[in-house]
Design a protein around this ligand. Structure first.
Ligand code: FAD
Length: 478
């Protein structure tokens, strides 16, 4: 029987240190760690990790190259399927994807696939000559004009595929002054700004044009302006806002406004928002239990808040987000109030929030998602003092386009596409990312950008739009 060594752990900033800075928490693998960890992989013939990866990365193939010390070849293999391994390796919830399916993980700790991918990608980033490898970017030769609306990972992957594959000229329109979509305001301790900037710069170098501060209102206008195809990567970043009494009080922000005001450069802050600044001495309450709630909690801690309380209506086992984010938040000193829900916001002076009225919950019968529904416990209200409240209840698609009626058949609230081609009901217009799935992941957004690019390339090669847009029988609506 083959001995499986313990999983290598990278150096991480200790909680007491990292809660005072915005540097990346994990320092990543050393060369020795990467070699030793790669050797834990048993190179399965039927790799379940690969099936579980949204991008279908050929994980055993590239890990075999790491085992041999062939990092350039490992990078080349990853880039065949992934447009952004440096981003995905940092942001994917690997425990729910590749590592959750790892065969080694059945009896031992799973192979650290995410950290290995990060090591390979970070080594490649130090070597500009790797850009010339197959699967990397090639200069555009402007055969067709293509527009992408939104600059998130879906559009970046789409643009990379279009520019790289056939050299089409891509223009990305972004309504905000900063590029990258949600990536621009994901906390820097998870994703350093340089990593996003690297992608944008690489795309600029191959001729992709970026126009910031431009909100596209009409897809038809873009087509009339002479674009041969359009990709909609408009995301789903409008904060969900349930009606809660007292919501109009000062000091209550959406998670979007909170994070954008922290992570956008002050000169590119949208909506006349001001930088968030220090929270020293402030009591912060975050409502919600997903990954964006944990991002807000951990950011508030780093801004020096005197206390950070997260109020979530289910128990810890039923939290929707990544377990490692919850663990990290606890290590950094967050106070997690499980089985509790907000009732109303109150103010001592009639203008700024002073406390959140909450109620205890218990878990009742399972709901449609299979999770047990929270039910309020009678006469159990309590108050949590707050100088700042952040609402992190999730996100939805924002209907910014005139053609929404054509693109979004009721009742879904998301743009309908043929998932095999990314084609919408409007000829020449495809879509991908969170606007077609609802809030999801960077890797799924990137994959759908690639699928849409391939769909549009088939259209340019002469296939009829009707054929590309027709939903497979199993997914079409009656
Ligand atoms: C706080 C937070 C943390 C997250 N953390 C993770 C994580 O750790 N791991 C992970 O995998 N995923 C994470 N996600 C999810 C991930 O960021 C998204 O799934 C991904 O960004 C979706 O990419 P997208 O390209 O579809 O859209 P987005 O990234 O939302 O980008 C869409 C862009 O389109 C622009 N836009 C919209 N309408 C128009 C218009 N009409 N004209 C011009 N521009 C327009 C928007 O301004 C936006 O910049 C997180 C999400 C949030 C909100």
């Amino acid at each position: 029987m083959r001995e499986v060594k313990p999983r290598r752990q990278p150096r991480r900033q200790p909680p007491e240190v990292r809660k005072k800075n915005f540097e990346e928490v994990s320092e990543g693998f050393t060369a020795e760690d990467a070699l030793a960890e790669s050797q834990r992989c048993i190179l399965c013939k039927n790799p379940r990790c690969q099936t579980a990866c949204p991008l279908k990365n050929q994980i055993p193939q590239w890990i075999a190259q790491v085992q041999q010390g062939h990092l350039d070849e490992a990078y080349r293999i990853i880039r065949q399927t992934s447009p952004m391994p440096d981003l995905c390796s940092r942001l994917c919830p690997q425990e729910r994807l590749c590592e959750g399916a790892c065969a080694v993980g059945i009896k031992h700790e799973s192979v650290a696939i995410g950290l290995l991918e990060r090591y390979v990608a970070d080594q490649a980033a130090k070597r500009p000559e790797l850009k010339d490898q197959p699967g990397s970017l090639k200069p555009a030769q402007a055969k067709k004009r293509v527009a992408a609306v939104g600059s998130g990972p879906a559009s970046l992957a789409f643009a990379q595929r279009m520019a790289c594959c056939e050299g089409h000229a891509v223009t990305i329109f972004e309504r905000w002054p900063g590029l990258g979509g949600v990536l621009r305001w994901i906390p820097r301790f998870k994703l350093p700004t340089e990593v996003i900037n690297h992608h944008i710069e690489a795309l600029k170098q191959v001729g992709v044009t970026f126009k910031t501060g431009v909100e596209i209102r009409s897809v038809n206008e873009l087509l009339n302006e002479g674009f041969d195809g359009v990709f909609l990567g408009v995301g789903a970043s409008r904060p969900s806002s349930p009606k809660i009494p007292g919501s109009a009080l000062a000091g209550i922000l959406s998670s979007t406004e909170f994070l954008v005001r922290i992570y956008f450069d002050s000169e590119t802050l949208p909506n006349n928002w001001q930088p968030m600044g220090s929270l020293a001495g402030k009591r912060v309450v975050v409502l919600g239990g997903g990954d964006s709630a944990m991002d807000c909690v951990r950011s508030a801690i780093r801004l020096g808040a005197s206390s950070v309380t997260c109020v979530y209506r289910r128990d810890e086992a039923n939290m929707p987000g990544s377990k490692k984010e919850v663990k990290a938040a606890k290590e950094e000193g967050a106070n997690l109030q499980f089985l509790s829900s907000q009732v109303a916001f109150h103010s001592h002076d009639g203008s700024a929030v002073s406390h959140v009225e909450c109620i205890r919950m218990e878990l009742g019968a399972p709901d449609a998602s299979g999770r047990r529904s929270p039910v309020a416990v009678k006469d159990s209200t309590f108050n949590v003092d707050a100088d700042l409240v952040v609402l992190a209840f999730g996100y939805e698609v924002e209907p910014t386009l005139d053609e929404h009626a054509q693109l979004i058949p009721p009742p879904k609230g998301i743009i309908q596409i043929n998932p095999a081609t990314g084609a919408t009901a409007v000829a020449g217009v495809c879509a991908g990312g969170d606007c077609v799935t609802g809030p999801s992941l960077v890797s799924t957004a990137a994959r759908s950008g690639i699928v849409a690019a391939e769909g549009l390339l088939r259209y340019f090669a002469g296939e009829s739009w009707e054929a590309l847009a027709t939903l497979p029988a199993s997914t079409s609506q009656a």
